[in-house]
Design a protein around this ligand. Sequence first.
Ligand SMILES: Nc1ncnc2c1ncn2[C@@H]1O[C@H](COP(=O)(O)OP(=O)(O)OP(=O)(O)O)[C@@H](O)[C@H]1O
Ligand SMILES: [Mg+2]
Length: 509
Amino acid sequence: MLQEQGIVISTIDSPSTTKISFVCTGKNVHKGEYVQINYSQGALIGLVNDVIKRNRYFENSDSVKEFENTNIDISKYFPSDSWEFLEAIVKPLGVLSKDNFFARSTLPVSPGEKVYLADTEILSKFLHLDSNGLLLGEIEHPKLEVKFNLDRLLQKHFAILAQSGAGKSYLTSVILEELLDRKKEQGRIATILIDTHGEYSAFSNICENKDHKDYSNKSLRIESGDIRIGCTGLSAGFFFSLLPELSPAQKRELSLVIKKLDLDKKNGAGPYSLKEMIKELELSEKKDQTNRTLINYLMELDDYRLFGKIDTPSIMDAIDSGKLTIIDLSREINKKKKQIILYYFAHKLFYGRINNSVPPFLLIVEEAHQFAPEMASKEHALAKGILETIAREGRKFGASICLISQRPVKLSTTILSQANTHIILRITNPYDLKHIGESSEGLDQKSIDMISSLRVGEALIVGEASSYPVFFKVRKKKSQDSHLEVNLSGLCRSFEESKEILKKDLDSF
Ligand SMILES: Nc1ncnc2c1ncn2[C@@H]1O[C@H](COP(=O)(O)OP(=O)(O)OP(=O)(O)O)[C@@H](O)[C@H]1O
Ligand SMILES: [Mg+2]
């Protein structure tokens, strides 16, 4: 049984195919609510863009002012309260025709037509929700779980955009849970997360709290300090990208060294690291400036303590369908080292997909504007090129990316435009809002205006994953909270407590 919400009224510019106004007769009508009007073309689904309170008594400013001046309590003489009513403005989204076919509305509904709260079954079909999909939250009016189809969301990449504290990481945790909870028959993806703040360690830690779900058996966390990239097998081109300042002569020299060490390895000399490469250059007969500078460059790279003979730990072996691999960069302060780590793994993953040696994957990059900035020199945006390649070509190979950013205006427009679904949480910065309006297809000004009034945990999804923009409330997460989920006063307390314990220990000593 459909719930009646109102009656379509006739105004100067509505009802039209782009705007419908109705007077509310139902209990309550909310901004962001989906309504349904059954008429000659089929079931029209519309979104309530605005709700206006009207009261004829207060329309005439002269008379309101006159009465206010007399100090008479107007409600005793006029039932002004009962004249108040709600008028809602609806944006028609489309029509489900009688033969079950979705189309744009090409004929306006008639004034006097009844408006209902949208039927959840029709709405679900209309928005392309999938009962087998990822449960990210719910639409509030009418109450409807939003489950997005995995293929539609991931295959053409997605971005989570919002200002700091709006709930990006919380939503990401919800997405991770959904991916980790999938059964083999549903299709499971391998997930790799670049965790810049160490917010996701809760997934790999054993959860003892019964109110939360344990994901530790499906998650592996690797700290950046433990990562060693094996030099054996790295191409000369890889080093050229890390060292853009190399001259043609130095590039030639470096290629020869790598060739020589590869040949030695074939003849049984074993794997090699930067140290062996440097040694090889030092032995070289060419003792000119070119050679010395090249040695210095390689020594600088070696100082990062990031390169070894072989990959350790073997992250590529750890990556598995239905599992999460967290690369924790939170303790790393060197920006270039962070860039190199992402550049290396993104490369390995993408080319691993091309030759089918790694499972289909989703690479989630937190603080994506740091790794793929719109404007930065190649040296400071090492990973940008490979991220752009995955964004452009990954779809064909089962390589997806999710970019998370609090400064969309600083994010590479190439990547942002290739991310076919945008999940947007609260944003108030006008530059970011403008940028999102320009880069998210299908967003009208009303929806953009609504983004700045979203509360923490409320989201708008627009693009490939759903056929129309959908506002929804992010569901509660099942995993335990991150250790970073502490408020400031809590942090102050634990700092003072640990100081007191230290003092007591020292005194007793
Ligand atoms: N859907 C939600 N339900 C309940 N609490 C939420 C929700 N979303 C976010 N929060 C809370 O709001 C706070 C900020 O969320 P979160 O850390 O996800 O923000 P963020 O956008 O990732 O911020 P930053 O840009 O600083 O990383 C956290 O304390 C989190 O628990
Ligand atoms: Mg965050």
